[in-house]
Design a protein around this ligand. Structure first.
Ligand SMILES: NC(=O)c1ccc[n+]([C@@H]2O[C@H](COP(=O)([O-])OP(=O)(O)OC[C@H]3O[C@@H](n4cnc5c(N)ncnc54)[C@H](O)[C@@H]3O)[C@@H](O)[C@H]2O)c1
Length: 403
């Protein structure tokens, strides 16, 4: 049985995983190139805004079993959880950090090791890129060391619930690799553990986020068509969803976060011919912030030097995560045009405020880009006072309501 696990990259994915493995009794070494992250872990400070994970991090067993350092060391299992951002120019996966992580463990690898890739990667990456890198050591994948892709599905904001209860797909380059990885995940995952091959696991992860992206694009197109026809989109969606096999999503201000606007490109990268719908959905979703910015410009047209207060900067409601946020894109587009825009968000670090009434004093327009529950409630309870505090009683909301 594996005893010592090295987790390379202790961010949103790697650190909660390292904590859960330590709680299960493994000796865990979290490795990160960022010194402040390493120090924070060793001092028992969690740099992620995840309450339940914070509590588990304080447990004596976890504090005893988990430590962090800047470079890898020998172990039984290595888990790679480095970012795989989009190369914005080429619209392909930038695998440089994953490659860096693999290269950093090569001197530590020995007979019988298991390497698990948790990072999201384009199909064929494990067998065509990572296995040959590992084999530079002289160790053969499938004979001397074992390689597996176990993509992560967690939702920031609800990491503990999801890391424990979500089903997991475990894709081994061979059956032994998958079995070895299953044993590790079985130590804390209560969801199902489904074994398959590496390429299937790579594709499955991308299909999940692409499914969301395409459906969001569809909702967005429906909303635009409904607006042109003078139809209330929420009523139309509610009625369409009465069909037993229809489940249309709610339109919003575009897609964001770490995965959805990125992962569909990895499918297009490996098969552009068969991913036309996927590509089009990506373009539609990327266009939404431009359309919203245009609507805001239109709304404040008659106001001289309008002071715009924006509420909500996260990538979707009820999360603190601002990565790839379409709201931030809209704010930047308006600022680039010379508008005075102040941005607030009750959940995002650095954007907090006392009350909506307070921040809208002297404002010409309140733009609600992301409707967290707390924002909705405050608007519902204090709408009259808020309208009074805005110079022009202009409140723009982009999450359509059922009339
Ligand atoms: N965040 C999510 O919600 C989520 C969900 C599912 C899958 N994923 C995937 O998981 C992977 C990791 O994402 P994340 O959100 O945890 O990223 P992150 O940016 O939060 O964390 C990655 C960490 O890796 C460190 N790092 C980079 N290069 C390194 C190296 N060579 N050696 C050691 N440390 C290094 C960084 O300093 C950082 O702390 C990505 O492929 C992502 O697509 C993320």
């Amino acid at each position: 049985m594996a005893k010592k696990i090295v987790v390379i990259g202790t961010g949103y994915v790697g650190l909660p995983l390292a904590i859960m493995l330590a709680r299960s009794g493994y000796e865990v070494i979290g490795v990160d190139i960022e010194e402040n992250i390493v120090n924070a872990i060793n001092e028992g400070v969690l740099h992620l805004a995840e309450e339940e994970v914070k509590q588990i991090f304080k447990e004596p067993q976890v504090r005893k079993k988990l430590r962090a350092q800047k470079t890898p060391c020998e172990a039984d299992v290595f888990i790679i959880s480095m970012p795989t951002p989009l190369d914005e120019k080429k619209r392909i996966a930038d695998l440089s950090q994953v490659i860096g992580g693999i290269e950093s463990i090569l001197p530590c690898l020995h007979l019988g090791n298991l390497v698990i890739i948790e990072s999201t990667v384009p199909p064929l990456t494990c067998r065509q890129l990572i296995a040959p890198l590992i084999e530079k050591t002289g160790l053969r994948v499938g004979r001397d060391v074992f390689l597996c892709h176990c993509p992560e599905r967690i939702l920031p904001g609800d990491v503990f619930e999801e890391i424990v209860h979500n089903d997991r797909v475990i894709g081994g380059l061979d059956g032994k690799a998958a079995q070895m990885a299953k044993e590790i995940y079985a130590s804390f995952v209560k969801g199902g553990l489904y074994l398959t091959d590496d390429v299937t696991a790579e594709l499955v992860k991308l299909m999940e986020n692409t499914y969301r992206d395409v459906n969001i694009a569809l909702a967005s197109e429906f909303a635009a068509v409904a607006e042109g026809l003078g139809v209330n989109i929420m009523q139309a969606i509610e009625l369409a969803n009465k069909h037993p096999r229809v489940n249309i999503l709610k339109p919003g201000i575009g897609t964001g976060g770490h995965c959805i606007p990125v992962d569909p490109w990895f499918i297009k990268e490996v098969d552009p011919v068969n991913s036309r719908l996927i590509h089009t959905a990506r373009l539609i979703n990327d266009e939404v912030p431009y359309k919203i910015a245009a609507k805001i410009r239109c709304a404040v047209r008659g106001i001289k030097d309008p002071r715009i207060v924006v509420l909500g900067v996260t990538y979707k409601p009820d999360t603190y995560d601002t990565r790839n946020s379409p709201a931030l894109k809209i704010i930047n587009l308006l600022r680039e045009d010379g508008y005075q825009v102040e941005a607030y968000d009750p959940l995002a670090k650095g954007y907090q405020y006392a009350s909506i009434e307070e921040i809208t004093k002297e404002a010409d327009c309140l733009v609600v880009l992301v409707e967290h529950q707390v924002i909705k409630q405050e608007l519902a309870h204090h709408e009259t006072e808020i309208k009074k505090s805005i110079r022009h009683p202009l409140i723009l909301r982009f999450y359509p309501e059922r009339e």
